[in-house]
Structure formats: structure tokens, C-alpha cells
Write a protein that binds this ligand. Sequence first.
Ligand SMILES: NC(=O)c1ccc[n+]([C@@H]2O[C@H](COP(=O)([O-])OP(=O)(O)OC[C@H]3O[C@@H](n4cnc5c(N)ncnc54)[C@H](OP(=O)(O)O)[C@@H]3O)[C@@H](O)[C@H]2O)c1
Length: 285
Amino acid sequence: MLKIWIAGSAGQIGTAINEVLDPLEMEVFNTDKDELDITQTDEVLSFGEINRPDVIINCAGITDMDLCEKEPELAYRVNALGARNLSIVARKIGAKIVHISTDDVFDGNKNTPYSEFDDTNPKTVYGRSKRAGENYVREFTHKHFVIRSSWIFGHGDNFVTRVLRKAGNGELIEAAIDETGCPTSAKDLARIILYLITTNEYGTYHATCKGLCSRYDFAREILSLAGLHAEVKEISIADSKEHLVRPAYAVLDNFILRIIDVYEMPKWKQSLEEYIAEWKEETHE
Ligand SMILES: NC(=O)c1ccc[n+]([C@@H]2O[C@H](COP(=O)([O-])OP(=O)(O)OC[C@H]3O[C@@H](n4cnc5c(N)ncnc54)[C@H](OP(=O)(O)O)[C@@H]3O)[C@@H](O)[C@H]2O)c1
């Protein structure tokens, strides 16, 4: 039976991995900040050495971009050194490691999708600390999967839940027409992660749902699937509160997945439909 350690298990992606793992025959060690802070090197090493997982999945991170700008030491401690600690113990015990990363390692200045072979050029503390984490993982163990994704929606605070909440409260929703990305459900990301860990196809991957859209179109689609009526104001990313910290063009090309031709991500609208159907069930319970 495969033993899996999920660090940052209470977050959106950690929760989705647990949901997808639930029916499978696997032993799972879940830890989040309260049980095991990944910045505590000795504790991370001893947890790994005692429990000896076959796979370590690093879902822990500081994802609040404003917080990263305000507290860069914290961002680097968790997003970079935390990833280093997990990869050191992975190498020590011979485990595979999955490290979740982001489109924010790119500057967003292109207008064609970024492949795994494009040069990174993060423009934010979040993006730079995530790139540093990627580099540590590659440096400390070759049995790695660095998986970059974007615009995740799962259990927790994300763009979809914010749009649904605002619509429910009758608030105005503002969304940028010139901010482009690939919405990806945390569950679909979890499924590809659980596929990859059964292989030896190590390396860096882009894994987003198929298709792309603007924030504005994304907001409209969320409301339409949820059957909610709310005003969506079309704004420019330059007017958005997030313009300093978000790449305008956050589109990742799943190039490696496509050329190895073993796994296809679903379309984002299909994944959003599944997500909204679950949200409807939960809210009408
Ligand atoms: N969300 C996205 O759109 C997106 C896109 C691409 C990549 N990613 C990456 O995917 C990973 C997971 O994202 P997510 O959306 O699931 O984030 P999330 O919901 O914010 O979850 C991150 C989890 O890590 C925990 N954590 C923070 N500091 C920690 C520490 N020192 N030790 C152990 N755990 C710690 C957090 O706990 P607290 O909540 O208590 O701080 C939280 O439970 C992140 O590394 C992120 O960079 C996310």
C-alpha cells in the first residue's frame, strides 16, 4: 500500500487530494501548520524519517500575495525553505516529492501560453519565493514532480467562492476583461497529481484545465451555472486592486502532458460545472 504524506493538507489542494484519495487503498499522513510547520527543519526531517512515506506532496504555502509583499521573509521561509526541507527528507528516505507551483513564476507579458521550457521571470515576492522553492526541490532530489497550475477553485477562499458570496449579498462584482488565465479545479489538479505519482516521469509540468478565459468571462460563467443574477462590471486589470501582483496573461500550456500523451485535463467549463453542482448540493442541504 502506497504511503502518502500531504503537507498543507487543510488547504484547497490538500483537501481535494484527500477527497480523491478517499476511495483508494492508500495510507495518508495529513499535516498542516498546527501539526507540523514545514519551516521547522528538524521536525520535518524527523517526521519523514519516522513515518517513511513513499510520496510527499507539498501543498503548503503562503498564497496571499499581499501578505507576501508585506512579509517577504515569511514568504521565502515557507514557499522556499519549507519546500527545501521537504525535499531534503524526500531524498534521505528515497521518497518521491510533488511540489505545487504557480503561473506566477512567469511575468505574464507574453500573449501566447507559457510552456515548461519558457524562462521564468517572476515579478512578485510570491512568484519569486515559489520559483526559489521549485529550484530547491530540483536541487535536492531528482525524484520530483514540480507541478505548476493556476486559478484554482476548491474548498476555501478563491475567485469562484468570492463571486458566489458577492452575488448572494447583492454586491457589485468587478472583473478584469484583460486578465487571462486557465481556471482549474482543485479536484482535477488532485487527479493528475495522483496519476503522476504512480509513474517515474519526473520533471516540471504545467497542469491546468483546458481552455482559457478572462476574469470577466469567468465571473459570468460562474453566475450563469449557479443560476444567480448579479451585476458584473467589466474593468481593466490596471484598475483592479490586484494589478500590481497578478500577471495579466497567466496562461499555461500543458506541453509535457500533451507530448507524453498519457493524460488529458478536462475543459475548465466542465470542471466548473462539476464544482457548482457540488456547491448547489451543499447549499441546499
Ligand atoms: N490557489 C491557487 O490558485 C494556486 C495556483 C497555483 C499554485 N498554487 C500553489 O499550491 C499550493 C497550495 O495552494 P492552495 O490554494 O491549496 O493554498 P491554501 O488553500 O492557502 O493552502 C495552503 C495551506 O498551507 C498551510 N501552511 C501555511 N504555512 C505553512 C507552514 N509553515 N507549514 C505547514 N503548512 C502551512 C496553510 O495554513 P494556513 O491557512 O493556516 O496558513 C494552508 O492550510 C501553494 O503552494 C500555492 O502556491 C495555488
